[in-house]
Design a protein around this ligand. Structure first.
Ligand code: AMP
Length: 216
């Protein structure tokens, strides 16, 4: 199964992708995670991307198209994958279409998580992850049972993203509406778009996403 998760920053794409990974045993390909890994490894791409990401701006199409194309050729993607945070522009969507055609792959569905703007800033401003296993948390909606340690692996190290602050969030939202929101119409016109209400509880949203996937 090959899926795209579409929605503004803070819509819950990463959270829902992790549930799909567990249920369907296909990897989550997050361009944001790949770029953050490139920054941590201080690669050329990482160094170029850092400034833009810290400012909440999009990294160039060529860079992300290149990393996605390489990533989907890897063995663990042979049974499918979930694209999280890609495509983010019409040019990326066209490039993805060409890539699928060249590689003989089929896109099964685009799941759009629909969320109110006001909720997004609140969701983003409170989120953090375990530095060891990557489990996601939120100050208000999903705090660890013991505030000092990760529920999953017990690590006491947590990370907050540099771009998860209110000011950068506003730039990221603007980038979403300008560059990414047109993809809703793009995939709707192709008959591939499925909208899911992203405003309920994490488990309800996850059940609704699963419902969509079951019917594919
Ligand atoms: P995310 O983790 O998806 O919220 O992405 C964090 C940041 O990485 C974004 O604000 C962009 O600067 C950059 N980024 C991630 N994916 C893309 C993409 N497909 N195109 C351009 N920039 C991206």
């Amino acid at each position: 199964m090959r899926l795209i998760l579409l929605g503004p920053p803070g819509a819950g794409k990463g959270t829902q992708a992790k549930f799909i990974v567990d249920r369907h045993a296909i990897p989550q390909l997050s361009t944001g995670d790949m770029l953050r890994a490139a920054i941590a490894a201080e690669t050329k791409i990482g160094l170029r991307a850092k400034k833009l990401m810290d400012a909440g701006k999009l990294v160039s199409d060529d860079v992300v198209i290149g990393i996605v194309s390489e990533r989907i050729d890897q063995e663990d993607c042979s049974k499918g994958f979930i694209l999280d945070g890609f495509p983010r522009t019409l040019q990326q969507a066209d490039a993805l279409g060409d890539m699928f055609e060249e590689k003989g792959l089929k896109l099964d569905c685009v799941v759009e998580l629909q969320v109110d703007d006001d909720a997004l800033v609140e969701r983003i401003a409170g989120r953090f992850t375990c530095s060891n296993c990557g489990e996601g948390y939120h100050d208000k909606f999903k705090a660890p049972k013991n505030p000092e340690s990760c529920d999953r692996c017990g690590s006491s190290e947590f990370t907050r993203r540099a771009d998860d602050n209110e000011e950068t969030m506003r730039t990221r939202l603007r980038a979403y509406y300008k560059e990414t929101a047109p993809l809703v119409g793009y995939y709707y016109a192709k008959g591939q778009l499925k909208g899911v209400d992203g405003m309920g509880s994490i488990s309800k949203i996850s059940a609704d996403v699963e419902d969509v996937l079951r019917k594919l």
